[in-house]
Design a protein around this ligand. Structure first.
Ligand code: SF4
Length: 225
């Protein structure tokens, strides 16, 4: 099995409820969305493995990635992107000998069905202000994906909402309400440099129906990858 991967590296998880744990990151190429704040390279001819110092031509074999997973001394393996669900078949092919952590935009429910075995899901709820096309369909697919990869005794799922200073509070509340039964908690993540006033107000209202935390991206605060 082959996968398109832009880089492999070890670092700390910089977002959400596992912030600070050491992970092996497998960053896949490609994404089905185009958020205005996206800062990831989505296509790459080469995969840079920062752990071994090697540069490989894409696509990369599952055997290579499995070796990296087997030898990593980490809390968990983070599949990130881009959008890792686009390469769900590749992830499913790997041997899960340590916890698997999926970071996803949660807009591909048919692919989500293939990864029910993961241990952690950091799933996005994209807000309208992200400027994505066909937003109503995207939202319905998000609700379906959270239902498929819902929080269980075996799998910890939380919902991350990236927020600028201004957003439609009512719409975020309504969408969150439809997700609340599928997640352990919500994480409101301010776009770097945003004012927090409206985000604090939203947290107060969301706390009436779900545990809602404000957690910034610590990578940017620490100046690390
Ligand atoms: S879903 Fe993630 S990777 Fe895709 S465009 Fe948005 S921020 Fe970038």
């Amino acid at each position: 099995m082959m996968g398109r991967i832009s880089e492999i590296f070890e670092s700390i998880q910089g977002e959400g409820i596992l912030v600070g744990v050491r992970q092996l990151f497998i960053r896949f190429c490609g994404c089905n969305l185009n958020c205005y704040y996206c800062d990831t390279v989505k296509e790459s001819e080469f995969c840079i493995d920062h752990v071994s110092g090697k540069t490989l031509k894409n696509p990369v074999s599952s055997e290579y990635v499995q070796n990296r997973i087997d030898s990593a001394k980490v809390h968990s393996v983070s599949f990130t992107g881009g959008e890792p669900l686009l390469q769900a078949e590749f992830i499913r092919f790997l041997n899960k000998n340590k916890p698997f952590y999926l970071e996803s935009n949660m807009t591909l429910p048919d692919k989500a069905k293939k990864l029910r075995f993961v241990d952690f899901v950091a799933g996005d709820l994209k807000i309208r202000e992200a400027g994505l096309s066909d937003y109503e369909t995207l939202l319905e697919n998000t609700f379906k994906s959270f239902k498929i990869l819902r929080n269980t005794r075996m799998r910890k799922t939380f919902c991350k909402i990236v927020l600028p200073s201004e957003f439609k509070e009512e719409e975020v509340l309504n969408s969150s309400y439809r997700i609340k039964d599928y997640v352990e908690c919500f994480v409101l993540q301010p776009v770097f440099g945003s004012k927090l006033e409206n985000i604090f107000k939203l947290q107060k209202k969301m706390n009436e129906f779900a545990d809602t935390r404000i957690i910034p991206q610590v990578h940017k605060l620490l100046g690390v990858r």
